[in-house]
Structure formats: C-alpha cells, structure tokens
Design a protein around this ligand. Sequence first.
Ligand SMILES: *Cc1c(COP(=O)(O)O)cnc(C)c1O
Length: 216
Amino acid sequence: MSIKENLIKIKSSIPEAVVLVAVSKTKPIADLMEAYTAGQRIFGENKIQEMTEKWEAMSKDVQWHMIGHVQTNKVKFMAKFVTLIHGVDSMKLLEEINKQALKNNRIIDCLLQIHIAEEETKFGLNEKELNDLLASESFKNLNNIRIIGLMGMATFTENLDQVKKEFLYLKSIFDEIKGFNSQISILSMGMSGDYQLAIECGSTMVRIGSSIFGGR
Ligand SMILES: *Cc1c(COP(=O)(O)O)cnc(C)c1O
C-alpha cells in the first residue's frame, strides 16, 4: 500500500476528534511530500537537526511536532518554528524552552511526558514530580510556554492488558490535572502498534509512523 492509502485507512479508523501526528523520523522528504499531498499537515520528528532540515525544505503550513527526548542545548534550533514539544520532563528543559520562545517572541506549546512504562529507560515524570512541577513558583513565572497536555509511552510488550492499564493510568492523571488547569486538552498516547487501544483509553492525539511510512 502507498503512503496515501495508509493515511486514508488510518484516518478512517480513528475518530475525527483524534489528531493524527504522522511520525516521519528517518524518512526522506519525498515520503513526507507524499503524505502532504494526501492532506497530512502534522508531522512528528525526534531529532532536532532532521526536523529543521525538513522544515526548511517543506511548505510553511506544515506543523512540526518534536516527539523525541530534547536536549536543552538544542532547543534554540527549533524554537522559531516548532508547533508542539511532546517530551518535556524537567523544569530545566521548560526554562530553556521558555527562554528561547521569548527570544523568538513566541509562546511554545508543550506536553509533559509522564513515565507510565515498566522499562527504566523511558523518560518522563512520575505523578508526584508532575504535581510538584505544576505547583512550583518557578513554573508560574514561565510566560512563554503553555502546557496543553500530557504524553506517554506504554511498555513495549505484547501484553495488551498491561498496555491498557498504563494508558488508563495516564488518562486518570490527565483527567485530574484537567480539573484545575483549563489549558490542558491534549492526551498524546498511542503509536502504530497500540493506537486503537490508546483511543479506547481516552487518547486525543496519536503518533503513528511505521503504519504510514513503512518500517524504519
Ligand atoms: C517513533 C515514535 C513513534 C511512532 O512509532 P511507530 O511504531 O512507528 O508508529 C511514536 N512516538 C514516539 C515518541 C516515537 O519515538
């Protein structure tokens, strides 16, 4: 199947209210252009340099989402164009994003990444760290960032019961902070292998790569 056919198939299998981020990391511009021609405007990348090169090459109505772990010293390269940063998991990173956003006279939307997987290696805040961050004085002074939701990655496992448990846990945290923060509206969870389940569990934004562009 072509990229266009894959996109049509996925689009028809997700509710209209769920936002599709086409994860194009490692893929050549020609592949992104094919998706663009088929109507896709939101692309997800996990390396800042690669995302910047693609941003330079493509139409300026594309929205670029940074979905990977962000190193503080790289924020400056994407601050002028990035639409949404999914993987924010420290105050230090938020402060740098705020600083670079200010320099570019922008407000940058961010999601806080929550650690929901069993694996030690995955990035993200736990529930207490999230609440401490949101309650901190230094957070309240960051006027050039806007936290608009949460992001999480489930454990890489065939065990769908476990994946579901992790998604529902993230959804419960999301609902809780939504209660006292009216800017919170996005729950980014679900990839090629688990997006249907993620949507059942309350995802509002799915990040799909290989099911659109093929394996990497
Ligand atoms: C690569 C990646 C995806 C997409 O994964 P697929 O399995 O190819 O759909 C989603 N989210 C993040 C954070 C990724 O790094």
